[in-house]
Each structure stands twice: as C-alpha cells, then as structure tokens.
Design a protein around this ligand. Structure first.
Ligand SMILES: Nc1ncnc2c1ncn2[C@@H]1O[C@H](COP(=O)(O)OP(=O)(O)OP(=O)(O)O)[C@@H](O)[C@H]1O
Ligand SMILES: O=P(O)(O)OC[C@H]1O[C@H](OP(=O)(O)OP(=O)(O)O)[C@H](O)[C@@H]1O
Length: 211
C-alpha cells in the first residue's frame, strides 16, 4: 500500500483539523509538538504522511499531486483557482468574505465610483467587483493587516475575512457588503481520487459521519 499524503494549512486551522482526524482514528502525535521544526510526519500503521504548509500553498501541492489530500479554507480555494476536487466541508474556520470600510465608503460603492480596494485576495476581489457587480475598481494586493488600508488612505475599502467583527469594530470600520460564507474544506488531487478511490471515499465517509 502506498502512502496517502495530506497537506494541512498551518496556522489557525491546523489544531481543529487534527482534532477532527483524531475522531476518525487518524492520529499524528508528533505533528502537535509546537517546538518541532520538522515539516513532515508519518503514521506508519495507516500508511499516511502529513505536512504543514503555508495555507495559500496547499492548493498548489494538491493540484500537482505532491499531496493527495489538502485541508484549506474556502477563501484560499477561491483565490488560488487550482484544479482539484473539493469534497467535504469540515465546518471549521467559519467566517465571511466581505467588503468593509468606513461608513462613508458606502456611498462610493452605491454610486459605482472608481475606488481602490485593498485585499490579500485580489482574485476574489476582482471576481466580485468585475463579474458580479460590473464595477471598475483598482485592486491593491496586500499581505496582511488589511484593515490598515482605509485608515491610512491607501484604499477606500477592503475585501477581507470577517469572523467576530472585532478587528473591524476596533478600527472604526464596518461590513459594507457580504461576498460569501467561508469554512475549511477537504480537497483531493484529481488523479489520486481515481487511483486511491476506495481509501479516499472511506475517509470522506468517515469524516462526514463525525461532522
Ligand atoms: N478570523 C478568522 N476566523 C475564522 N477563520 C479564519 C479567520 N481568519 C482566517 N481564517 C481561516 O483560516 C485560514 C488560515 O488563516 P491563518 O490566519 O491561519 O493564516 P493566514 O493569515 O492565511 O496566513 P499567515 O498568517 O501565515 O499569513 C484562512 O485561509 C481562513 O480560511
Ligand atoms: O472578525 P475578526 O474575528 O476580528 O477576524 C477577522 C480578522 O482575522 C483575520 O486576520 P488574521 O488574524 O489572520 O491576520 P492578518 O490580517 O494579518 O491576515 C482577518 O484577515 C481579519 O483581520
């Protein structure tokens, strides 16, 4: 039997993902050691390998087959646009993709003004403004702390993840429009789905039974 390889998004989804796997008898104690610099972990008994990568790289590993399976947020799936199958909604990492900004930007949105939109998700922002709203905007790619952009005058609005709304609130910003709900998904390489169908189907069914 060959190894099935999992790419997990490191960061806030990792712990909850491992908790779900534990519920279906898939354990990997070593991966939980926060002091370790090791990148890849093996469960010899179940013939499984796990690695933690930057969330945005998970779809890349899965599309190329370097990982058979990935666990990653829907935001990253939409942004990266990789070829792979999305098979299970794990129901963790729930949040919303939103357009946010100061209340004063609401009018600019309504009047379809040519505004600047800052985001870690330029493709999602582009798709939303160009294809769904038919509004021409300038998109500025940032890599984090996006809420800063409207405060310091880099952009009128942002496209970003909102969970509790605390980050927006504490910075005097509001949700102006909702783009879509988000949560973590299991994704599968298209060839692996055929070659390892039995094992992967069992995994999907096991996961669905504990969610
Ligand atoms: N506030 C949040 N609430 C719920 N889920 C979130 C929240 N922020 C991010 N997520 C989900 O968790 C995933 C990973 O986010 P995380 O913050 O761990 O990494 P990141 O910000 O993409 O990476 P990095 O911090 O390395 O730049 C996101 O892609 C998203 O699906
Ligand atoms: O609605 P809230 O509960 O406040 O959560 C939303 C915040 O969480 C994420 O940021 P993250 O902590 O990943 O930092 P980043 O902005 O540097 O990516 C997201 O980008 C928001 O800033």
């Amino acid at each position: 039997m060959r190894y099935l390889t999992f790419a997990l998004a490191k960061g806030r989804l990792a712990k909850k993902t491992l908790e779900i796997f534990e519920k279906i008898g898939i354990t990997c104690e070593e991966i939980k050691d926060p002091t370790s610099r090791k990148l890849i972990f093996v469960n010899e008994e179940l013939k499984l390998k796990f690695f933690l990568s930057k969330a945005t790289d998970v779809p890349t590993y899965v599309e190329y087959g370097a990982a058979d399976i990935g666990i990653v947020g829907k935001d990253t799936i939409l942004e990266e646009g990789r070829k792979m199958y999305e098979v299970v909604d794990l129901g963790i990492g729930k949040c919303r993709m939103c357009v946010a900004g100061p209340e004063s930007a609401r009018e600019l949105l309504q009047h379809h003004e040519q505004i600047r939109v800052a985001s870690k998700y330029p493709n999602i922002a582009k798709d939303y403004f160009y294809n769904k709203k038919h509004q021409t905007v300038e998109i500025i790619k940032l890599n984090g702390s996006v809420e800063l952009a409207p405060i310091v005058g880099l952009a009128e609005v942002i496209v970003d993840i909102v969970e509790t709304g605390a980050t927006l609130r504490e910075n005097g910003l509001d949700v102006l429009e909702e783009i879509c709900p988000l949560s973590a998904r299991m994704v599968v390489n298209q060839v692996s789905m055929k070659m390892e169908n039995e094992r992967i189907t069992k995994l999907i069914n096991d996961l669905k039974s504990v969610l």
